[in-house]
Design a protein around this ligand. Structure first.
Ligand code: ADP
Length: 541
């Protein structure tokens, strides 16, 4: 039909060019092992052009996968833009995976080149013999010289210096692959999720909406989520599109580092998994940092305890935007902000709502399916598996025969167990593999954890199902006390505390006190390890 709109491709190149034209003087700040590094979007653009020439010189062509093995920094951002914009595929590798998994995904993705931070060389050097496809390693170092056993290896800064300053970015097809990321493989080998330019552009647009993360040019954004997993939740692309100042932590992810950066750079939006904010809260209660610049904190990756959402709001006036996402969704799927007519509900209800994972963002469709394959009603009580579809939802794993199991008539099966209320807010009850099955009934480990973490003496709690002679499985709570409560916290006081908060048959049959809860590669409670550790747990009489 004549007279329709232009067929303008949705590619990341537009973000890059736009940032250079409109926001050349806006800043990008990185904490590095040798101090704070500052430059502008103008500088970024100039280096991305040089980097594009370097990629060409290294033999990288359209469709080739290029690995990054790096912390959050301006260099990683350069790679985030240069690799997709030359038509290649950015493969961010999770540095916290086991060495065997890292080797597996290098080989599965057939990465042609690898850009690695000098500080991370000790993780790659022991497996160098297994990295079959990599033809070049490029080391990103802050010092004039470095040593590595990887070969052939070159120096990132040297290559950039020697490269021509000009580069004409090609016109790309929006359906072309821009990036790939592997799931952290909690069950079986990691699976590859391939992102198209179109998917990432649409995801970026929707992420910036006021009812989503609400990012704008004026924001100063600190992604406390790693760029090596799930696209740093898309934050770096959103900032680039809008010219928002970005603040990168490098390897410095301790609460004190984050508090200092928020204070010094006047950060307005910081995003990360709950663990980061649990740590920060403890610090802020003890020491004074000026974090008044923060206007919102998107939190996701695992369930943010309601008690902490309340504490941040009441103690520091920071509204947490609880969000749910997955590597398979680029990653944002839902965001929890109360609808206007829900703002004035009673306080207890209000925080309960805020602690839900929220409603789907535009273009993400959701449904819950029960075990019989029927759609569950949106009544806030019926439990089902969350299924999703949309333009930034995976349609099949990269070169993986396991793909069909993850889909049902065009919907992606998330493996998350949810209830959906009548307003469309989802609440993650559990992951299918973490739910506790007691005498044929399901107990939500997430709900129990939430209830336990509201106890003032509790820092963290993880609940797992452990075999039980009568009930097949019963909940065991693993609890880490706060610094002050070490040695004084008791099993009975926690049970007593829970008794008017959860159904009687949900009460954990036992509580173990731990120094720390083991973490997965992306900082979530590692329940697989806990289940293994306590598989022979002796229940009290
Ligand atoms: P993996 O942990 O397998 O690497 P992701 O990092 O992509 O995968 O995490 C996706 C999973 O994290 C979701 O399927 C869900 O179980 C969990 N998750 C993400 N956000 C939340 C949240 N806000 N509350 C509870 N669980 C969440």
């Amino acid at each position: 039909m004549q007279g329709l709109m232009m067929d303008y491709p949705l590619t990341l190149t537009h973000f890059l060019e736009r940032a250079q034209r409109l926001y050349a003087q806006k800043e990008i700040v990185s904490k590095t092992p040798v101090g704070i590094h500052r430059y502008t979007y103008g500088d970024l653009y100039a280096r991305v052009c040089r980097l594009a020439n370097v990629l060409h010189k290294l033999g990288i062509r359209k469709g080739d996968r290029v690995a990054t093995f790096a912390w959050n920094s301006y260099r990683h951002l350069e790679l985030y833009l240069a690799i997709p914009c030359v038509g290649a595929v950015l493969h961010t590798i999770n540095i916290r995976l086991f060495p065997q998994q890292i080797a597996y995904i290098f080989n599965h993705a057939e990465d042609k080149a690898c850009f690695v931070d000098e500080s991370l060389l000790p993780l790659l050097e022991p497996i160098k013999g297994q990295l079959k496809s990599v033809k070049n390693f490029v080391v990103m170092s802050d010092k004039p010289a470095f040593h590595t056993g990887l070969s052939p290896a070159s120096d990132y800064e040297m290559l950039l210096q020697q490269a021509p300053a000009h580069y004409d970015f090609p016109q790309l097809d929006e359906q072309q692959a821009a990036g790939i990321c592997y799931t952290s493989g909690t069950t079986g080998e990691p699976k590859g999720v391939l992102y198209s330019h179109r998917a990432l552009v649409l995801h970026t647009l929707v992420q910036c909406l006021a009812d989503s993360f609400g990012i704008c040019e004026r924001d100063v954004v600190l992604p406390a989520v790693p760029m090596f997993h799930a696209n740093a939740w898309g934050l770096t692309l959103s900032c680039t599109m809008l010219g928002a100042k970005q603040v990168f932590t490098g390897p410095f992810l301790q609460p004190r580092d984050i508090a200092q950066l928020i204070q010094d750079e006047r950060v307005t939006l910081a995003a990360g998994v709950p663990t980061i904010w649990i740590g920060l809260y403890q610090l802020l209660k003890k020491e004074k940092f000026d974090i008044s610049s923060l206007r919102t904190m998107p939190v996701g990756g695992s369930a943010m305890p309601q008690s902490l959402i309340e504490a941040y709001q009441k103690d520091f006036n920071i509204p947490i935007a609880h969000s749910w996402g997955m590597t398979e969704l680029s990653p944002v799927g839902t965001v929890s902000k109360p609808k206007s007519y829900l703002e004035n509900i009673p306080e207890a209800e209000y925080f309960k709502l805020r602690a839900k994972q929220g409603i789907p963002v535009p273009f993400v469709e959701i449904r819950g399916m029960d075990e019989g394959g029927n759609e569950i009603p949106w009544d806030g009580v019926t439990i089902g598996e969350l299924q999703v579809r949309g333009p930034w939802v995976v349609s099949g794993y990269y070169n993986d025969p396991r793909s069909p199991d993850s889909f049902q008539d065009g919907w992606f099966r998330t493996g998350d167990v949810v209830v959906i209320d009548k307003e469309g807010y989802i609440q993650i009850v559990d992951r299918t593999k973490d739910v506790v099955k007691s005498g044929g009934e399901w107990i939500s480990s997430v709900d129990l954890e939430n209830a336990i973490m509201a106890h003032p003496k509790v820092l963290e709690a993880a609940v797992i199902g452990v075999a039980h002679p009568k009930w097949s499985e019963r909940p065991l709570a693993c609890v880490v006390p706060t610094e002050d409560a070490k040695g004084s916290i008791t099993r009975d006081e926690i049970i007593e505390f829970l008794s008017d908060k959860v159904a009687k048959w949900w009460l954990p049959d036992d509580i173990v006190i731990l120094e720390a809860i083991p973490r997965t590669s992306v900082g979530k409670f590692d329940k697989k390890t806990l289940r293994h550790q306590f598989r022979d747990h002796q229940w009290p009489e």
